[in-house]
Write a protein of this length. Structure first.
Length: 146
């Protein structure tokens, strides 16, 4: 049986809200400090991570660079926080049916560990993209891999 990888995670955080507004409009989205904590945790565990960048006007992102692929990571607030990971690259291999999601799985499992070990995070739930869209983030699973 092939393991199903859940690449969407929701969680709460007690870290301060770092969103900045001007004249009632969001000019800098919140979550930079939260993604920074996750980013640093991945770097300490040996992952090659790019710098964090603002993603449009609603979130923050960075990439994990591995030999076989890149994993794009985004955080945005949708009550609670939403972390999305997406595998980039390796399209030809996937089209040919040779898909190795081991790096993506390892990234999600490492996020699981970082969030579980940090007392400023709680209520972690994992979803596939379809599950998240169908349930609007309600329910979910304890782990990223079925």
């Amino acid at each position: 049986m092939i393991a199903m990888l859940r690449t969407y995670a929701t969680f709460t955080s007690s870290l301060p809200d770092d969103q900045q507004e001007k004249d009632g409009e969001i000019v800098i989205p919140g979550g930079r400090n939260i993604l920074g904590r996750l980013h640093d945790g991945l770097a300490r565990r040996g992952f090659s991570v790019s710098e964090i960048k603002q993603h449009e006007d609603y979130g923050w992102c960075f990439e994990i660079v591995a030999p076989s692929c890149r994993i794009w990571c985004l955080i945005q607030f949708c009550e609670p926080w939403l972390l999305i990971t997406d595998r980039c690259g390796g399209l030809l291999k996937r089209l040919l049916g040779v898909s190795d999601d081991s790096t993506h799985r390892k990234v999600c499992e490492t996020f699981q560990d970082i969030i579980a070990e940090d007392s400023s995070f709680s209520e972690l739930r994992w979803f596939t993209k379809a599950e998240f869209e169908e349930t609007k983030g309600q329910g979910g699973h304890d782990k990223p891999v079925k």
